[in-house]
Design a protein around this ligand. Structure first.
Ligand SMILES: [Zn+2]
Length: 228
């Protein structure tokens, strides 16, 4: 019985949509969604063309990375996804991209301060830089798990790319777009050499409090996560 088809479909549809929009390139990046019961996730296979991907190609893993469904090799970053789900009970979808503007900030080691209301509301207080660790290693998974505990929903991975969360896949996809818009605006502002204004601290805290309220609802199982 293919009980997880609705979730696998979210993985396929979102991977294709993000590729079409230019956030995923070729086979780069990976994405996953937490499955009902909370202790397993559906993730993109390793090195596989997103436009050729079908539901059968999506891998289902537990948090020890045992393959529960799927014949293909799971993403090399599966340990990172498992570590995030274990560190953040409010996160039900994880997207890792090599999106260009956020990646540019990774190269100049510039975290994004709170520039826009929607950024604070959905991505958190700031977009921090997670220190470099080689792809696919346990060291990377551990480094990431440590840094994501601040409740923010978007991070830049030094010399690598971006990491975006949502309480469901639709929110995660929207958050990818908010991150890229914020990254581009910030890069352009940096180029001007003029002082960069941030939103008022009080506004940031009100927006972040709304995000935290949503996250607590998800943790308690009150908020719909769009699984079916
Ligand atoms: Zn990557």
């Amino acid at each position: 019985m293919e009980t997880f088809d609705a979730y696998k479909k979210q993985v396929v549809d979102t991977a294709q949509s993000l590729t079409r929009k230019g956030y995923l390139m070729a086979t780069g990046g990976n994405l996953s969604v937490r499955l009902p019961g909370g202790n397993a996730f559906a993730i993109t296979p390793s090195n596989f063309d997103y436009f050729k991907m079908t539901l059968q190609d999506v891998c289902v893993l537990d948090f020890n990375l045992n393959v529960l469904e799927g014949a293909l090799k799971p993403s090399v970053e599966s340990a990172m996804h498992a570590a995030i789900y274990q560190a953040r009970a409010d996160v039900n979808a994880v997207v890792h991209t090599h999106q260009v503007y956020a990646s540019a900030l990774a190269l100049i080691n510039s975290p994004i301060p709170t520039l826009f209301d929607e950024q604070a509301r959905f991505l958190g207080r700031a977009v921090d830089i997670i220190p470099y660790a080689p792809s696919g290693t346990n060291f990377l998974a551990k480094t990431i798990a440590k840094h994501v505990k601040n409740h923010n929903n978007a991070f830049i991975m030094k010399n690598h790319g971006a990491l975006i969360f949502g309480h469901d896949m639709e929110r995660a996809e929207h958050n990818v777009e908010i991150l890229e818009k914020s990254s581009l605006a910030y890069l352009l502002a940096l180029c001007s050499d003029k002082p960069i204004s941030k939103i008022p601290l009080a506004v940031r805290e009100i927006a972040f409090a709304k995000l935290r309220k949503d996250q607590k609802k998800v943790e308690q199982g009150i908020m719909e996560t769009g699984g079916e």
